[in-house]
Design a protein around this ligand. Structure first.
Ligand SMILES: NC(=O)c1ccc[n+]([C@@H]2O[C@H](COP(=O)([O-])OP(=O)(O)OC[C@H]3O[C@@H](n4cnc5c(N)ncnc54)[C@H](OP(=O)(O)O)[C@@H]3O)[C@@H](O)[C@H]2O)c1
Length: 287
């Protein structure tokens, strides 16, 4: 077992640091139904049965499809399960990702999540800043949107708030409006723009939840990663996840997979400890 913490306080709950990201459960392009719905349900049930109590989702995965599958697979939800969603985007009929970032659209999306997940209160909602329209960041106030979420929280529809795809300035702006329990940004072994953000959030006891922990739609490819993995008798994806676990105690993993085999592989990182020399070698990948 590792000698670093394997749980983190996410709002009012302690969650296991190895969680699950549900985006891969939709059809190709995160659009429409999955190729194998039974398998999607089996992945979710096995994740929870194996100790996952933090699942990241969104009503625009599918759209609606992923939340509905989560409900079918897991409802009534275990008492310790934290379902975290995000609002701020929508899909068109062809599957394109569009901003849905007015305060009224934000509020409507919260209600969509409540309905499709079958919840009266959502455990946590991230405001997903659309930035440049994709996964890039752009500055600009998030106050009108975050204030609306803060109001929904005060009304009791949301327990905790977070922010996603946000700059350091936007994170600070959100924290000035309401408590922020998690930040979900693009980060992995090869994409380390948020190093300073992670460290300052750790000091503030705020969770950092990297999206694309394995590289996303094009999983990480690195000769160095392959070599380290081979030396440790692990797979490259396991080493990439283990590196994140050791990077900072406030990092929560939400690797996405539609495969039971990959789920098992990813959960096994709970037992994988990287020696210091392997960490030093891996640190060189971001270069
Ligand atoms: N806030 C945001 O803007 C945002 C953006 C993107 C994602 N997210 C969240 O972050 C979560 C994680 O991101 P992600 O799913 O896009 O990317 P990811 O976890 O970095 O990688 C997922 C990809 O890796 C593959 N994979 C998973 N485990 C593997 C393994 N052990 N070996 C080989 N390949 C493996 C998956 O394919 P298989 O299905 O074949 O395993 C899939 O193609 C999402 O599920 C979603 O909840 C948030």
């Amino acid at each position: 077992m590792s000698d670093f913490p394997m749980t983190w306080q996410l709002g009012d709950r302690s969650v296991n640091r190895v969680g699950y990201g549900a985006m891969q459960l939709a059809g190709p392009g995160v659009f429409g139904p999955p190729r194998d719905r039974d398998q999607a349900i089996a992945v979710l049930r096995e994740a929870v049965a194996s100790g996952v109590n933090h699942i990241d989702t969104c009503d625009y995965y599918g759209p609606h499809v992923v939340n509905q599958i989560i409900r079918e697979a897991l409802y009534p939800y275990p008492g310790d399960l934290m379902l975290v969603t995000k609002v701020g985007a929508k899909r068109d009929e062809a599957g394109a990702w569009l901003p849905a970032f007015t305060p009224d659209e934000i509020e409507a999306a919260v209600h969509d999540n409540l309905r499709n997940l079958g919840l009266e209160v959502i455990h946590a909602v991230n405001l997903r800043v659309m930035g440049d329209g994709g996964h890039g960041l752009s500055e600009g106030t998030i106050a009108p949107q975050f204030e609306r979420l803060a109001r929904l929280r005060e009304q009791g529809l949301i327990r905790h708030l977070g922010i996603s795809n946000a700059t350091a300035t936007q994170i600070e702006e959100a924290r000035g409006i309401a408590p922020v329990v998690c930040v979900q940004n693009h980060y992995n072994l090869a994409h380390r723009d948020d190093d300073a953000v992670i460290d300052s959030l750790a000091e503030a006891r705020i969770a950092y939840v990297p999206f694309f922990p394995l590289g996303g739609f094009s999983p990480l490819q690195s000769g160095t990663l392959d070599t380290v993995a081979q030396q440790l008798g692990a797979t490259p994806m396991q080493v990439a996840l283990a590196w994140l676990l050791q990077r900072s105690p406030n990092i929560l993993l939400i690797p996405g997979t539609s495969s039971l085999g990959h789920l098992r592989e990813n959960l096994a990182v709970r037992e994988l400890v990287l020696p210091d020399d392997a960490v030093a070698t891996l640190n060189g990948i971001a270069g």
